[in-house]
Design a protein around this ligand. Structure first.
Ligand code: 5GP
Ligand code: MN
Length: 335
């Protein structure tokens, strides 16, 4: 194991788990493959010894993850506020996976804050905030899912790992590393992937489920985005893509259809920083990606009410699309 966690911390957490009757596992808003993979992996492990384990997410999971074992058991706060509030209120333990601050849960965060449950963060984002009783945080791992694999061993539940757990963890690692193209230079990550393969997971099928699962409409939307909505600033090694509600009105559109758009300009030679602006009902959602030294976490925190990792971050703008883009372009020379 690469990460070092104090024995006392693990002992305390193990005791909490052994004494718990009701456990709630949560991931962040707009859950990605890592949030869902980590949550389901832990769910499958804890289910084997604890009666009432629930997974709650603020909102829905993308289509390309809807094959994950038992994902239909995830409860979504946006459609079941009352039920989720009750579960959170009555939980003995709440796990916070793949996020480091309650604002990542939007409205659901208030419920967590008010719950008397012991809160345990297992995460790989920098600077975890102090809402939890126990924090297992390491920014050097590929994903929260990788950390969940280590955590299962720390609490001596490795005999509970099965193919469902292995598929969930593999999916988290796969998606958070862009299919092993970033955040995956540590040899431990591949050691874990090697372990997961021993459980009989079908790696090729998972990769195909995740990356080759687009609808025809999604592919056509991508064509439109690349030809009409991408702006490249070679002089700043940067690019952005923007999509408004009007832009997508001519496409049959599902929420997850924009997944991956932010990465497209990074395939252009010399481009090291890209942003995707997407108009939501109440704000413009930003996704930011970089290659190399430019820290998009800092950039998102400073300018766009967000955060994340050095090379992948998100944020929000409450201005119009035009104003948001204008602000972004004005910042490019100072990068
Ligand atoms: P994405 O662009 O895929 O939504 O997010 C990329 C990364 O940034 C993820 O690790 C995610 O957890 C983080 N992130 C996305 N949106 C926000 C945000 O509004 N605030 C913060 N602090 N992090 C975000
Ligand atoms: Mn993650």
């Amino acid at each position: 194991m690469k990460i070092k966690i104090s024995e006392n911390l693990i002992k305390s957490i193990s005791t909490e788990i052994d004494n718990a009757k009701n456990i709630v596992i949560t991931g962040h808003t707009n859950p990605d493959g890592d949030a869902v993979g980590a949550s389901l992996a832990l769910y499958h492990v804890l289910k084997k010894s604890i009666a009432n384990v629930r997974v709650i997410m603020p909102n829905g999971i993308p289509r390309f993850l809807r094959w994950l074992p038992n994902c239909e058991e995830i409860i979504f706060y946006e459609h079941n506020e009352e039920k989720c509030s009750d579960l959170i209120k009555n939980a003995d333990i709440i796990f916070s996976l793949d996020y480091n601050e309650l604002s990542r849960l939007e409205e659901m965060g208030e419920n967590l804050k008010n719950s008397k449950a012991k809160k345990i963060i297992i995460d790989h984002h920098p600077s975890p905030s102090n809402f939890a009783d126990y924090i297992i945080s390491d920014t050097s791992v590929s994903s929260a899912s990788e950390l969940i694999f280590e955590f299962i061993y720390m609490i001596n539940k490795e005999s509970h790992i099965d193919i469902n757990v292995a598929e969930s963890i593999f999916t988290g690692i796969l998606t958070d590393t862009g299919a092993f193209s970033f955040n995956s230079s540590e040899h431990r990550t591949f050691e874990i992937v090697g372990e997961l393969l021993k459980y009989g997971i079908n790696k090729n099928e998972i990769i195909s489920n995740v990356y080759s699962n687009f609808s025809e409409d999604r592919m056509r939307l991508q064509g439109f985005v690349l030809s009409k909505k991408m702006k490249v600033f070679h002089e700043h090694s940067s690019a952005y893509i923007s999509l408004t509600k009007d832009d997508i009105s001519n496409f049959k559109f599902a929420m997850a259809d924009t997944d991956g758009f932010v990465n497209l300009p990074l395939s252009i030679k010399g481009i090291k920083f890209t942003v995707f602006f997407f108009e939501k009902t109440k704000y413009i959602k930003l996704s930011l990606r970089s290659r190399g030294d430019f820290d998009v976490n800092k950039f998102a925190r400073k300018h766009f009410n967000g955060g994340g990792h050095k090379n992948a971050a998100g944020g929000k703008s409450y201005m119009t699309m035009e104003e948001t883009i204008e602000k972004f372009v004005s910042l490019l020379p100072d990068m």
